[in-house]
Design a protein around this ligand. Structure first.
Ligand code: THU
Length: 142
């Protein structure tokens, strides 16, 4: 599974976005270390605060299915009028960065933000969430 294939999956997943309020559609494709890919989209709610982002939808779906070892995530987001090429990169929000942090080594986990299959940027989670707080800070040795 290369970057382009992962971005294509995120683009495809974006079609499932439920975003009647913001009209901003986001798709995410999460690459697990076993090679499988779990996707998620943003799911909005009439009570706006109940909305869940695409990245967290993907993480929660993966964890729910028993997979919590992740290598990379590709994210594609843009207005519903945009289809193959987004006008901008959709960076993960702070809450999603923290949720990804829970399950990854931030210096190893890759975040790909894509405008299209050929135009994308790649980061380590630690670049987007430096000096982060994670499970090791609250997990006591037995
Ligand atoms: N959204 C995501 O899906 N991921 C992010 O990281 C940022 C925002 C969604 C939430 C909402 O449905 C829409 O984008 C506008 O905020």
């Amino acid at each position: 599974m290369d970057n382009v294939q992962l971005i294509k999956k995120a683009m495809d997943e974006r079609k499932n976005s439920y975003s009647p309020y913001s009209h901003y559609r986001v798709g995410a494709a999460l690459l697990c270390t076993d090679g499988s890919v779990v996707c998620g989209c943003n799911v909005e709610n009439a009570s706006y605060g109940a909305t869940v982002c695409a990245e967290r939808s993907a993480v929660f779906a993966a964890v729910s299915s028993g997979e919590s070892d992740f290598r990379a995530i590709a994210i594609v987001g843009g207005d519903e009028s945009e289809t193959d090429v987004m006008s901008d990169y959709a960076y993960p929000c702070g809450i999603c960065r923290q949720v990804l942090r829970e399950f990854t080594d931030p210096t190893a986990f890759t975040v790909i933000v894509a405008r299209s299959v050929s135009e994308y940027k790649e980061y380590k989670l630690s670049e987007l969430l430096p000096e982060s707080f994670g499970p090791e800070h609250v997990t006591k040795e037995e």
